[in-house]
Design a binder for this molecule. Structure first.
Ligand code: NAD
Ligand code: TYD
Length: 352
């Protein structure tokens, strides 16, 4: 029975993962969600699980060493799944320092607590032989590999070459995770996933932003020519992939995760306009993002052939369900857009 620390579980992928693990994973004894509730963290995402006896929410910062150590001592985690991060490229261009402290120092703080609690030292036997039953999983991104031209795909051995402060911070965190593996025998995995879509994504990212604007007859801001390519994966498939790596991954290894689903941004925008029956005249080509990566594409051969994972969602089904979810969950979207969700925590815990 696993005792899992999930960080950033109130964000987009983290909250989907919390739902998935509590709903579909039999071997779960405890899941503690440590989240700072930045603008991107929303406890409304987790309202349906807040009374689950296996679930504990802790409002706090991954950079708070005393708190993270205290949580390890109190709950005795055997598994860490680290999602918490500043995750938006455009924000990283405006505020790089926050990305470095949260994404790099935050990661190192978690690794230190795990190392201390799991008794890993440079000269102990676990450098040769991993300690049984414990794992630290770093949720990373394909963006650490930089940009592709018209051809080729990212494999796990593609050189790391990040182009934005966000991807540089994620790449740096990956290097720290690797170093803790090599130096202290930390049983780690790093997963590098392509762009996710699905429910609970903050409407600053491409798909929920365009959906919201189209629905409200507002302009759709397409950066540059809109021919940048991303490899889209439904968030549930990402969650299943992470569980697969926890269960079957070879410790110390990196696994790329992607759905073989490359789309140009403009194609996504047109699809949204079509489904919502809105005119193309809403599209507005705006100034391109500085350092904008032209194309990402994941080669998922390693995880599919070695661990037996494969995406279940077709893009048609995933986008259909996602568009429907955003249309059905007006209240969630309105709260996020207006910032009202920030009051939720105060109200929730004022009752307790
Ligand atoms: P998100 O921005 O939606 O959520 C991030 C969460 O982390 C929020 O709940 C926020 O409150 C929390 N957080 C931020 N700083 C914190 C801190 N100092 N202490 C504790 N909690 C803090 O992000 P997301 O899109 O769900 O991404 C989750 C992870 O997956 C990130 O590490 C990201 O790099 C990675 N990733 C995302 C994608 C994607 O398409 N969204 C793709 C690949 C990898
Ligand atoms: P985003 O969702 O921010 O993810 P990432 O930058 O991590 O891939 O953006 C996805 C793509 O959509 C990216 O090429 C930038 C583009 N984009 C726009 O064209 N307009 C927008 O308003 C946003 C937010 C993104």
């Amino acid at each position: 029975m696993k005792r899992i620390l999930v960080t950033g579980g109130a964000g987009f992928i983290g909250s989907n993962f919390v739902h998935y693990m509590l709903g579909e994973y039999d071997g779960l004894e405890l899941l503690v969600n440590l989240d700072l509730l930045t603008y991107a963290g929303n406890l409304e995402n987790l309202a349906a699980v807040q009374d689950d006896k296996r679930y504990v929410f802790v409002h706090g910062d991954i950079r708070d060493r005393a708190l993270v150590n205290e949580l390890f001592d109190k709950y005795g985690f055997d598994t860490v799944v680290h999602f918490a991060a500043e995750s938006h490229v455009d924000r990283s261009i405006l505020e790089p320092e926050l990305f470095l402290t949260t994404n790099v120092v935050g990661t190192q703080c978690l690794l230190d607590a795990a190392k201390r609690h799991w008794n890993l030292e440079p000269d102990n036997k676990y450098c040769q032989e991993y300690k049984e039953g414990v794992v630290y999983l770093q949720v990373s991104t394909d963006e650490v590999y930089g940009a592709l031209g018209k051809t080729g795909m990212f494999t796990e051995t593609t050189p790391i070459a990040p182009n934005s402060p966000y991807s540089a911070s994620k790449a740096s965190a990956d290097m720290v995770v690797r170093a803790y593996n090599r130096t202290y025998g930390m049983p780690v995995n790093i997963t590098r996933c392509s762009n996710n879509y699905g429910p609970y994504q903050f409407p600053e990212k491409l798909i929920p932003l365009m959906l919201h604007n189209a629905k409200n007859d507002k302009e759709l801001p397409v950066y540059g020519d809109g021919m940048q390519i991303r490899d889209w994966l439904h968030v549930k498939d990402h969650c299943v992939a992470i569980r697969t790596v926890l269960e079957k991954g070879v410790r110390g290894e990196v696994y790329n995760i992607g759905g073989n689903n490359e789309r140009a941004n403009i194609e996504i925008v047109n699809l949204i306009l079509d489904v919502l029956e809105k005119p193309q005249s809403l599209i507005r080509h705006v100034q391109d993002r500085p350092g904008h990566d032209r194309r990402y594409a994941i080669d998922n051969t390693k995880i599919t052939t070695q661990l037996g994972w494969a995406p279940e969602y077709t893009f048609q089904r995933g986008m259909g369900e996602t568009i429907e979810w955003y249309l059905q969950n007006n209240v969630w979207v309105d709260h996020v857009i207006s910032g009202d969700y920030l009051d939720y925590y105060t109200k929730m815990y004022a009752k307790a």
